[in-house]
Design a protein around this ligand. Structure first.
Ligand code: DP6
Length: 367
């Protein structure tokens, strides 16, 4: 009889618990981490930030959060103590989210309670642009915390450093675990992806040159507060009538898009990416209660992209995240013509004519 053995070692949550560490008086760490855009979407989760299905994303380059963490040793280590600043000024309304995050990661980073933390953060993209800053924000914060851990325990390996950073970022916001590395990251158990994990993101590196410097121009359609947050949206996938089918489809689409990213077939890439975007929004429209995050201009833009693509044969496509903004994806060699098209035809559908030019990037950087 032949037994198939799995040789990869399964990493579990307890592998990220740190118990051996030294102490320091004070130190400062600074990192930038980018946003990311999912190609196969994460929508639905279980307890402890475990995704209901695996996802894959392009890491972005220009839209990022820069976070500085200053730690100073304190006497009492019973409670977390931290100040949260946005561009150097106190930002009280972000504090509950950070408090919750620190409590979630306490068991993995027990050293944090021994310090007073000053977290100073800023984004390179406009604050109310409707671009989620939680992915880049949580990723940047996780990186600074890992730098502190490395200072206290210099023997940790690079692999552990980045894996745990992604693990911590996930506990802050699911999609944040895909913002640590680049250019393409897979998060979530996927049978056909060796070493894939629900606990952290992993780099997918077998990428065809057609996707090199792939462009993402983000059209800011609606910068207002969303009526339904991602957190609520994820929850509505519990008891959703199409949930099981959707989760299976994500597994299949991930298998397909991995092949496509490796063989460079942009026509097939477009089919998966646009279908994933519309499926995400279809899940929202078929939740109970149901909701719509797209705006009339979102649809206008989609139709114009389809028309432009069929007339010019330039392989430009769109994707959406949990909002009305449109991410326009296209190869670098189409840049000039697509930007001209955006300026001539799509800017009128953007709020105050605003859009952001970005492209695939390589992940978090120490500053
Ligand atoms: C539609 O990562 O923002 O952008 O884990 O609750 O923080 P939380 O959710 P979040 O969800 C992102 C959803 C999405 C799709 C994706 O990025 O995969």
């Amino acid at each position: 009889m032949v037994f198939l053995q799995k040789f990869s070692i399964m990493i579990s949550e307890k592998d990220f618990i740190t118990s051996n560490y030294s102490r320091i008086e004070t130190a400062t760490f600074q990192w930038s981490a980018p946003s990311n855009i999912a190609l196969v979407k994460y929508w639905g989760k279980k307890a402890k930030q475990i995704p209901a299905n695996p996802s894959i994303s392009f890491t972005l380059n220009n839209c990022k959060t820069i976070t500085k963490l200053l730690v100073s040793k304190k006497e009492n280590n019973k409670h977390f103590s931290f100040d949260l600043l946005f561009k150097g000024k106190p930002k009280e309304d972000f504090k509950p989210k950070i408090q919750k995050f620190l409590e979630r990661i306490e068991i993995y980073c027990p050293f944090l309670k021994e310090y007073h933390l000053t977290i100073d953060t800023e984004n390179t993209f406009p604050h109310s642009s409707g671009i989620a800053s939680s992915a880049s924000g949580m990723a940047a914060l996780a990186m600074t915390i890992m730098s502190l851990e490395k200072e206290l325990n210099p023997f940790i390996s690079d692999d552990f450093f980045y894996q745990k950073a992604s693990f911590l970022a996930r506990l802050g916001s699911g999609s944040a675990c895909r913002s640590i590395k680049g250019e393409v990251v897979i998060w979530g158990n996927h049978l056909e992806t060796k070493n894939s994990s629900d606990l952290f993101g992993m780099e997918f590196s077998d990428i065809h040159p057609n996707f090199k410097n792939y462009q993402d121009t983000i059209l800011l359609v609606d910068k207002g507060e969303k009526q339904v947050s991602s957190t609520v949206g994820h929850e509505l996938m519990h008891n959703h009538p199409y949930a099981e089918k959707r989760f299976n489809q994500a597994h299949e689409n991930l298998s397909k898009i991995k092949t496509i990213l490796s063989n460079g077939n942009i026509t097939e890439f477009i089919k998966i990416v646009e279908s994933e975007a519309l499926t995400l929004h279809a899940m929202m429209m078929t939740s109970m209660p149901y909701f719509i995050l797209m705006k009339p201009n979102t649809l206008e833009i989609i139709n114009k992209i389809w028309k432009f693509r069929s007339e010019t044969e330039i392989p430009v496509c769109f994707t959406l995240d949990a909002g009305a903004n449109v991410h326009v994806l296209y190869p670098e060699n189409g840049k000039e013509k697509v930007l001209e098209f955006i300026k001539n035809e799509l800017v009128g559908n953007c709020q105050n004519g605003q859009y952001i030019c970005d492209q695939i990037g390589t992940g978090a950087k120490s500053i």
